[in-house]
Design a protein around this ligand. Structure first.
Ligand code: GLN
Length: 386
């Protein structure tokens, strides 16, 4: 009989994020687990897609994406990220930031190459690194400060280390890299000739005046950095699967080759919609931080009063909360008990840590409307042990 699984996936499992969504749906709970942001997409985004479909924009685009979308991305990069990128040679439109990340690993790393991964990490980063035959090399960020320290980066480097992944604002912690953090990465990356792969999907979700800094805009990092982002989170269109990678020209060519083979192109009418919405003044980007900051405060206050101390995030739309006081054996038990007792789903912290530190935490996503958050916060107060 043919084997049901190849060796490259033998040790991989369904993500705990998806598993929790299924468990939540079974009990008709409030899903603060998966980061799916179910607020309505802004009008220019929705209307752009309807228009594009009515105009029969329905065949393949170039694998690197529609030229008008790449030009809009280049303008956005110049305006918001201090990155100057030629849209014809340096930008590849992808199937979500996830597609960009997978294509980048496959295009630029060899099997067995080591990839530094600051911890807590986003589980898809870890598992995609494993799937591409690369070796994750964890760089623990101390809790609760989540400080990126040069000695920790250097200590994690092995002879096979070739790359580092940076997620800022970070999933699951909400940590935002400061200029000093990025300069520290620059020193280490230059000294060890590392490829820098960023995931900036939450770039517009920032709080308390914290400014998002794209690592590729700092010092010489642009020469060795693949900047990845996308539209899923900023425009509440996680199901559209629309992201992009920006890289030095030769790297972008390699990424596009893999992107073509694996995905052919991103959905054509949705690319067309984003090409016009990205420059629209009413696309919602400007007020996004404010729009989510009251949600962050509401959930953090609610978690605190329920006895789950939050690590208050600087950006993104997740919060890690310490549930160790409830005495569950591990985070998975705590998460399923929380769902059962309160009807609120959260992701076990162990999904984001290689060490046991994750067992103390649950991750809550607060990209929800006010009524849903109010209800969740009120139900969370009923959490107890046993
Ligand atoms: N990025 C989102 C999260 O971290 C969704 C992940 C997913 O469902 N694949 O929850």
């Amino acid at each position: 009989m043919p084997k049901p699984a190849a060796t490259r996936i033998a040790n991989l499992q369904q993500s705990p994020i998806r598993a929790m969504t299924q468990a939540c749906e079974r009990v008709n709970g409030i899903n603060l687990g998966q980061g799916l942001g179910d607020l309505p997409p802004p009008a220019p985004v929705r209307e752009g897609a309807i228009r594009a479909i009515e105009q029969n924009i329905s065949t393949y685009t170039p694998s690197q994406g529609l030229p008008e979308l790449r030009r809009a991305i280049a303008r956005k990069l110049s305006r918001d990220n201090q990155i100057e990128a030629d849209p014809d040679t340096r930008i590849v439109v992808t199937n979500g930031a996830t597609g960009a990340f997978a294509s980048t690993l496959l295009a630029l790393l060899n099997p067995g190459d080591g990839v530094l991964l600051p911890e807590p990490y986003y589980g898809y980063h870890l598992n995609t690194i494993l799937l591409s035959g690369n070796e994750p090399q964890f760089v623990p960020l101390p809790l609760p400060s989540l400080e990126l320290r040069e000695q920790d980066l250097v200590a994690a480097i092995k002879p096979n280390t070739r790359a580092i992944v940076l997620c800022t604002p970070g999933n699951p912690s909400g940590k935002m890299l400061t200029r000093a953090d990025i300069e520290c990465v620059e020193r280490v990356a230059n000294a060890h000739d590392l490829l820098v792969i960023t995931d900036e999907i939450y770039e517009y979700l920032t709080y308390d005046g914290n400014a998002h800094i794209s690592p590729a805009s700092i010092g010489s990092l642009g020469e060795r950095t693949v900047t990845i982002s996308g539209f899923s989170k900023s425009f509440s269109i996680t199901g559209w699967r629309l992201g992009f990678a920006v890289a030095p020209e030769a790297m972008a060519r390699s990424i596009n080759l893999v992107n073509d083979l694996y995905y052919v192109c991103a959905p054509a009418p949705l690319q067309q919609a984003m090409a016009s919405a990205l420059d629209a003044p009413d696309n919602g980007l400007a007020g996004l931080g404010k729009e989510y900051q009251w949600r962050r405060d509401l959930i953090c206050d609610g978690l605190e009063s329920a006895g789950m101390t939050p690590l208050v995030p600087q950006g993104a739309y997740y919060v890690l909360a310490d549930v160790s006081g409830f005495g569950y054996a591990n985070a998975t038990e705590a998460a399923y008990a929380l769902l059962e007792k309160t009807g609120v789903a959260a992701i076990p912290g162990s999904a984001f840590f290689s060490s046991d530190d994750g067992e103390r935490y649950l991750r809550f996503c607060y990209a929800k409307d006010r009524a849903t958050l109010d209800k969740a916060v009120s139900q969370l107060q009923g959490f107890r042990r046993g």
